[in-house]
Structure formats: structure tokens, C-alpha cells
Design a protein around this ligand. Structure first.
Ligand SMILES: Nc1ncnc2c1ncn2[C@@H]1O[C@H](COP(=O)(O)OP(=O)(O)OP(=O)(O)O)[C@@H](O)[C@H]1O
Length: 585
């Protein structure tokens, strides 16, 4: 196993419970291995003196005791092991989820959500099966085989006969060594194709509305079909290999039995061993055919889950891109002046810089407007402020502290960020708005909704704020979704509020109302508004115009209008658009 930390850690933590369970299963199997001896002795008694009442009662009592002891002890042992297996599943899923929440946006932009789900579902289940079934069946099988061997050697069956019968079983280690790696490799491929399918399914369900609007369902079905076919191919390859392997071990057990019947039968006819020995020997060998099959099963499952365990351990060892430095300090409470110096940034793997030499100061309590062409770096700037991506050291300071030396939680709790397409969860509108503080009063939630101009819309729903939203807020229009997400930003009332194109989907009148509310509620609080429409930022204390990752103009609305440049051109185009619209109306 490459890096068995996850499983070893769990087994170590629970070793004493496992030890008790294994002890119970061991005793159960030792007791069960007495069974051929009782029957062998019974046969010899029959042969010596015929059938007697006392012999029947005595043997029946022994067999009954063996059955009861085996049933109770094996049952308890198996229950404990299964329970621990389920607990492993639960603990590991929690561990994975906690790990996922620490990974950066950069990781998620490269790895689909479906892939993450596959770890949580398929891989965890596969490892759980192996530890539950593996421990139960291995203990059962190994102990039974050992007990049978011991019982056979303690009996007066000749050793040479036992050894001859065992010859086919010597091939087992070779079979295991040969097939094990092949099964593991094929399992790895199955798990990878399952992950791909979950990823594709997640993406296709997410995009189902676009698919339908473009009437491209057959193409999407074809694409999904391809991923399913890949799984089927990989699974068939695995099943072929596993089946051959699983059949081989009992086959070797069967060969032993044939030798026992042929050679043992011959010795019985010759009078070298008693019929009782012959019966006991064949029963002993018959008894190890099932455990051999179980061992085949277990090795099969173990190889498969080993592939999953490697995947899980690899996943858990992914280091988050954004990490707090040792001794990171919380950002001073209420700090809200922002200083950006010589900030240049390129996305990992990108050959061009998204931001170049940005110098910017937003004094505490002021409003900054950012406008610029699409792709000019506006959102990137905010992502660096929030440390969604890591800015170079010393380039961004809040309240005098380099954001890289602060704790992530304190930094993000000081900033309210409202993106253009804020994600809404499948819960009530109230919970969506009160996202940063579920315990907040209804009045405050309603007030935030009023500020974001969504209150009236919400009250029109029969259940008002208790209305449940479907996947990604499907019951709301684009503009309603945007304003619900905006209300969430208002409610957080953070020292710094960033609106990233957050009023783009509302009409001009509503936008004016929202901006007015914003100006009132954010008086003396730092606010950054990114917009494409000048109407959303013209009131700002300072406006910067961005182009190709740099700031090309800065000033107030009036100062920028007085300059020839991108801002004045944008204004002219937008004013003309508004006049045309009014003319048509
Ligand atoms: N995760 C990413 N990985 C690589 N490049 C990215 C990533 N996100 C954005 N970019 C690139 O960085 C540049 C700036 O993008 P950004 O999102 O900051 O622009 P923007 O000004 O906010 O655009 P818009 O107005 O369309 O929202 C673009 O060229 C974009 O393609």
C-alpha cells in the first residue's frame, strides 16, 4: 500500500475493539473445526459397535454445542466489525468534506465537483467494504484453515497423507502474487472512470437548461454514453480477472479433496487407515474449500479497495494553495482602509499577467468604483483582496496589515463579497439571505431584503421568506437571484463591501434605488463597486478605469468625464443607449 495513513490511523484508533471482535470470531472458528472430529469419532463408534442410543445423544449434544457457540460468537464478532466499518465510512466522509472546504478555488477550477463526489461515494464505500468484509472473512477463513490443519495433525491421520493432500494448496501464494497487482490496476481504472462519470453527470445536470434550450440532448446523451461505456469496459476487464482469480482458489481446494478421496480411499481399502479417519480427512478438506473461496473474495476486494485507498490518501494529501503562515494574526477588527502597491499577478499556468503594477488606495469609509472592459482584471483584483488567489507578499494591506500575514477567517469575515451570479442554496430565501449568520433576527433579514429591492418580490410568494429555492434558486428570475444575493451582502454589513457587477441584471430604476440604499447604509464604510454601467459607480469617491490588467484612468466621475479616454467614451455610448431607449419608449 502506497500511503495507508487513512486506514492505519483508523485501525490503530480502534484496535482494541477489533481485537475483541477478532477474538470472538477466532474462538467461533476453533470451535467449528471440532465438527469433523465429532463426526469421525461417531463413524468409528458406528463401525465398532453399531448404532447406539447413547452414541447418537452424545454426538448430537456435541454438534449442538458447537453450532450454538459458533453462531453466537461469530455473530457478535461480525456485528462489531461491520459497525466499525460503517463508522469508518462516516468519519472518512467528514474528513474528506473538511479537507475539500480547505482547498482553493484554483483546485476546483481544475477538478470538477463530480470528481470530489466520487471520492466521497465510491472510494469510501469500497474501502469500507474491504475492512468490514475483509476482517470478518479473513479471520473466519484463516482461523478455520489453521484450526483444521491443527485438528488434522492432532488426529491420528497419517502425516504423509495430509501432506500429499495439501500439495495443490502450495500454489495459492503464487496465484495471489500473480493476480493481485493486475486486479488492483484494473480497479484503479474502474474507480477513475466512475469518477469521470460522476463529473460528467454533475456537469450535464448543471447545464441541463442550456442543453434543452439548444435542443442538443442527443449530443449530450452520446457524450454521457461514452463515459458509461468506458466504465462498462473497465468493469468487464476487472470482472474477468477477478472471476478467474476467485475460481482458482476453490479449484485448488477441490484438487486436494480429489487427492484425499483417491489416495485416502485407497489407504482405507488397504486397511492402512480407518473409515473414521477417511471420513474426517475428507470433511476437513471439504471444510477448507469455503474458507479458500472466502480468501479469494477478500483478496479481490482488498485489491480493489487498495486502489480506492491510494486515491483517498492522495486526495487527502493535496495541500491547499492558500495557507496561513505560521503565526498569522487576525486582521484588526473593523480595519477597512486598503492599500495596494505594485500589484502584478498571473493565474497559475497562465502565460500572461491578469494584473500589472496596480497602485490603489481606498481610505476607510470611502467608495471606490471600478469599471473596465470585460477581462480587464476587475474580479481578479477582488479575488486577491479576499485571498482566493495568493497576492505577492506586501502588495495588499488592510488596516496596515499585509493580507498574507492575517488569518483567512478574519480577513474574509471583514469583507462582504457579492458576485455577479451569487450561488443560492436549496433552502429558504431567509436562510439564503442570513447565510453569514443564521441566527440573525427576521427584522434584519427583511431590512436587508428591502435594501436590495427584493422584499416586495419575496412577499409575493405564498410562503414569503420561507419559500424554498430549488437547485440554484430555480424558482427565482435572474434579477431576483442577483438581488437575493445582494441582500446577503447587505446583511453581512462588513467593514468592507465588494459588489462585483452585482446589479447588472436589474433594470435602471431598481439599480438607482439599490445604489441610493447602498449610499445610505454604507455611509462611512468602505465599499468597492465593480460595474459595467457608469450609473452604478458615478457617485463613488474615486473611480478607476481598468484595461488589460492595468489602471488606465482614475478620478471622480466629473474629473473622468472631463478627460478624453475610455471612461468618457463609455459614458457617451451608455448615454446614447439610454436616449435611444427613452426615444423608443
Ligand atoms: N481562474 C483563472 N485562470 C486563468 N485565467 C483566468 C482565471 N480567471 C480569470 N482569468 C483571466 O484573467 C483575466 C482577467 O479576468 P477577470 O475575471 O479579472 O476580468 P474582469 O475584468 O472581471 O471581467 P468581466 O468584466 O468579464 O467580469 C482574463 O483574461 C481571464 O481570462
Amino acid at each position: 500500500m502506497q500511503s495507508p495513513r487513512l486506514l492505519l490511523g483508523y485501525l490503530k484508533a480502534n484496535w482494541y475493539i477489533y481485537a475483541c471482535a477478532i477474538l470472538a470470531i477466532t474462538v467461533a472458528n476453533v470451535v467449528q473445526s471440532l465438527y469433523p472430529r465429532v463426526l469421525g469419532d461417531f463413524t468409528d463408534t458406528l463401525q465398532a459397535g453399531g448404532i447406539t442410543r447413547s452414541a447418537i445423544i452424545d454426538s448430537s449434544r456435541k454438534l449442538f454445542l458447537i453450532g450454538i457457540t459458533f453462531g453466537v460468537l461469530a455473530g457478535i464478532g461480525q456485528y462489531v466489525v461491520m459497525r466499525l466499518g460503517r463508522r469508518f465510512e462516516f468519519v472518512t466522509r467528514q474528513k474528506l468534506f473538511a479537507h475539500f472546504t480547505r482547498l482553493s478555488e484554483n483546485y476546483y477550477s481544475k477538478n470538477g465537483v463530480g470528481k470530489m463526489l466520487s471520492y466521497v461515494m465510491n472510494d469510501v464505500t469500497s474501502v469500507r467494504e474491504s475492512i468490514s468484509m475483509g476482517i470478518n472473512q479473513t479471520t473466519n477463513a484463516v482461523i478455520l484453515i489453521i484450526s483444521v490443519m491443527v485438528m488434522m495433525s492432532l488426529s491420528s491421520i497419517p502425516v504423509y497423507l495430509i501432506l500429499v493432500c495439501m500439495i495443490p494448496l502450495l500454489a495459492i501464494p503464487f496465484v495471489v502474487v500473480l493476480f493481485g497487482p493486475m486486479i488492483r490496476n484494473r480497479s484503479m481504472k474502474v474507480q477513475e472512470s466512475l469518477a469521470k462519470m460522476t463529473e460528467t453527470a454533475e456537469e450535464q445536470f448543471g447545464g441541463i437548461r442550456v442543453t434543452k434550450k439548444f435542443a442538443v440532448e442527443p449530443i449530450m446523451r452520446g457524450r454521457f454514453g461514452q463515459t458509461v461505456d468506458r466504465i462498462a469496459d473497465n468493469q468487464l476487464r476487472l470482472v474477468r480477472m477477478s472471476s478467474i482469480f476467485q475460481a482458482l482458489l476453490p479449484f485448488l481446494g477441490g484438487l486436494s479433496l480429489i487427492i484425499a478421496i483417491a489416495f485416502g480411499g485407497y489407504l482405507t481399502i488397504q486397511g492402512s487407515i480407518t473409515i473414521g479417519h477417511f471420513v474426517a480427512l475428507t470433511l476437513y478438506l471439504r471444510m477448507i474449500v469455503n474458507p479458500l473461496q472466502q480468501i479469494g473474495n477478500v483478496i479481490n476486494t482488498m485489491q480493489r479497495s487498495r486502489a480506492s485507498l491510494v486515491r483517498l490518501n492522495n486526495m487527502l494529501s493535496v495541500q491547499p494553495d492558500i495557507r496561513e503562515i505560521d503565526g498569522a494574526k487576525p486582521l484588526a477588527s473593523g480595519a477597512s482602509d486598503i492599500h495596494i502597491r505594485q500589484l502584478s499577478f498571473a493565474y497559475p499556468g497562465a502565460d500572461q499577467q491578469a494584473l500589472r503594477n496596480i497602485d490603489l488606495t481606498v481610505a476607510s469609509g470611502k467608495t471606490l468604483g471600478i469599471i473596465g472592459k470585460t477581462g480587464s482584471g476587475k474580479t481578479t483584483l477582488v479575488k486577491l483582496l479576499l485571498r482566493v488567489y495568493e497576492p505577492p507578499e506586501g502588495t495588499i494591506r488592510i488596516g496596515g496589515d499585509d493580507v498574507r500575514s492575517t488569518t483567512l477567517a478574519s480577513l474574509r469575515s471583514q469583507i462582504g463579497y457579492v458576485p455577479q451570479d451569487g450561488f443560492l442554496f436549496s433552502t429558504t430565501i431567509r436562510d439564503n439571505i442570513a447565510f453569514s449568520n443564521r441566527g440573525i433576527s427576521v427584522e434584519k433579514v427583511e431590512h436587508a431584503a428591502k435594501q436590495a429591492q427584493i422584499y416586495t418580490n419575496i412577499m409575493e410568494f405564498p410562503e414569503g421568506f420561507e419559500t424554498k429555492l430549488g437547485e440554484r434558486g430555480i424558482t427565482l428570475s435572474g434579477g431576483q437571484r442577483q438581488r437575493t444575493s445582494l441582500a446577503r451582502g447587505f446583511l453581512k454589513d462588513a467593514p468592507i463591501l465588494v459588489l462585483d457587477d452585482s446589479v447588472s441584471a436589474v433594470d435602471a430604476v431598481t439599480e438607482t434605488d439599490i445604489i441610493d440604499n447602498l449610499r445610505t447604509s454604507r455611509r462611512n464604510k468602505t465599499t468597492i463597486i465593480i460595474a459595467h454601467r457608469i450609473s452604478a459607480i458615478k457617485h463613488a469617491d474615486e473611480i478607476v478605469v481598468m484595461d488589460k490588467g492595468t489602471i488606465v484612468q482614475r478620478g471622480t466621475h466629473d474629473q473622468l468625464l472631463a478627460q478624453k479616454g475610455l471612461y468618457a467614451s463609455l459614458y457617451a455610448i451608455q448615454e446614447e443607449g439610454t436616449r435611444n431607449a427613452e426615444g423608443k419608449a
